[in-house]
Design a protein around this ligand. Structure first.
Ligand SMILES: Cc1cc2nc3c(=O)[nH]c(=O)nc-3n(C[C@H](O)[C@H](O)[C@H](O)COP(=O)(O)OP(=O)(O)OC[C@H]3O[C@@H](n4cnc5c(N)ncnc54)[C@H](O)[C@@H]3O)c2cc1C
Length: 408
């Protein structure tokens, strides 16, 4: 499906559009920011899904605290009248020397400038059975499958039902808390982490609050535990000693019966095939200059999770909606500068803090030196995300819905 037909005849390189691959946080918000400029070029967003997904609020969709239309607006509605064309397709190849993208449906489209913002996909680290027997947690289908599993567990009278969440990063922790609230005591939730701690990159306040929320919900956190195999009904675990040196015990093997596994342990990067071969980091992300252009390719830009960009101390920037959201206006400005042969600006990430959803009606946040936890943090988190919803008209609709539901 295509929304506005975009101006600029395909095949004429001079009037070819700025093509944006991927309509997630980086791609969609860049398209919207670019379309705000009065002198914007033709813009074509290529995205295979029909709905944008506001991933940080996916837990609230799972729990029924938010509705599907609120966190997953349709692209045709979001882009109507905005001057952005949308092609529902998947980009498979990019030929940088000819400035052409090829799509899964067989289209060959020229671009004047290209933005690659195709994000990541689950990384199973070669663990046998993980891709077949685990559920993911990043799509609407994932949420539906998980809701069906929860329904099944709630209606089954078997004792000792168990769900395992693999990976104790933010997604694993937030999901484990929400699941614990949703199973209503009919299943045990295990959170499995191969490293020594949950939220290894998180702030200490978030870690403390997360540990407290997991304890209150009887979620069993197993650190130093690697999943070595996933079967349909059990996990194979390798439990390492938490001690080092002489005090270290040899690792032990364990088989853990499970009724479901949700894999949140990592992100892999499989962008469209690009020729010539681009420079990548060890995780497969595309290496960018400070202005977000792809190394060695000034007509191609990369944004969001897929972009490998270093912060002021040389550390790679985190893959987060916050980073993608901040990149969008700068990238839109750089696209215009690039088309006008003007110098480009460098991206500077401003760390605005972190927020975690910690179960129904519960959250914690740290921002601007402030820390807050509990129902007030839950409300503030929702308001912060409301201000980041794409498009004014969608934001107003969601705000109206929340006001109507609000109970003081
Ligand atoms: C459950 C969950 C909760 C999260 N919570 C937070 C949070 O609280 N705060 C935070 O900062 N971050 C959070 N994140 C991370 C955040 O969502 C990502 O960092 C962010 O979505 C990255 O944006 P992106 O545009 O790079 O990629 P994505 O949002 O993943 O979008 C990529 C888009 O590209 C499309 N695409 C893929 N391949 C192609 C192709 N070949 N052709 C065309 N289109 C393609 C995909 O369909 C997708 O729509 C969360 C992530 C998850 C999964």
């Amino acid at each position: 499906m295509e929304s506005d037909s975009y101006p600029g005849a395909i095949g004429n390189a001079a009037s070819a559009p700025v093509v944006i691959v991927g309509g997630g946080f980086a791609g969609l918000y860049t398209a919207l920011a670019l379309a705000e400029s009065r002198r914007h070029p033709p813009i074509l967003l290529i995205e295979p899904q029909d709905r944008f997904l506001f991933l940080p609020l996916l837990y609230e969709l799972l729990s029924g605290e938010l509705r599907r239309w609120e966190i997953a607006p349709r692209y045709d509605a979001l882009l109507a009248g905005k001057g952005v064309g949308w092609l529902q397709d998947r980009v498979e190849r990019i030929d940088a020397s000819q400035r052409l993208v090829q799509t899964a449906s067989g289209r060959s489209l020229p671009y004047r400038r290209l933005v690659i913002a195709s994000g990541g996909c689950p990384e199973f680290f070669g663990v046998p059975g993980a891709d077949i027997h685990s559920l993911g947690f990043r799509t609407l289908d994932d949420v539906e499958r998980l809701q069906q599993l929860l329904e099944k567990l709630r209606h089954s009278a078997r004792p000792l039902q168990r769900l395992a969440v693999v990976g104790a990063g933010p997604t694993g922790v937030e999901l484990a808390c929400k699941l614990a609230d949703l199973v209503q005591g009919c299943a045990v939730i295990e959170l499995i982490e191969q490293g020594p701690t949950l939220l290894p990159q998180g702030r200490s306040f978030s870690r403390e609050q997360a540990e407290k929320a997991l304890r209150q919900r009887d979620v069993r956190l197993r650190t130093h535990t690697a999943v070595t195999r996933v079967d349909a009904d059990r996990l194979h675990l390798c439990c390492k000693s938490p001690h080092q040196g002489a005090a270290a015990q040899p690792p032990t093997e364990e088989r853990l019966p499970v009724d479901g596994v949700i894999w949140t342990a990592g992100l892999a990067f499989r962008p469209p095939l690009l020729t010539p071969e681009p420079e990548r980091d060890r995780r497969g992300r595309l290496c960018c200059e400070g202005d977000l252009s792809l190394v060695g390719q000034p007509s191609i830009f990369v944004a969001g999770d897929l972009a490998h960009l270093e912060g002021p101390e040389g550390q790679p920037l985190p893959g987060s909606a916050q980073v993608a959201f901040q990149q969008a206006p700068l990238l839109a400005a750089n696209l215009l500068h690039s088309l006008a042969d003007e110098p480009l600006d460098c991206f500077q990430w401003k760390d605005l803090g972190e927020m975690l959803s910690l179960g129904r009606g519960d959250a914690c946040l740290t921002a601007a030196g402030l820390t807050l936890a509990g129902p007030a943090a839950f409300r503030l988190r929702q308001l912060a995300y409301l201000s980041r919803m794409p498009g004014l008209s969608h934001t107003l609709k969601v705000a109206a819905g929340w006001l109507a539901d609000w109970k003081p």
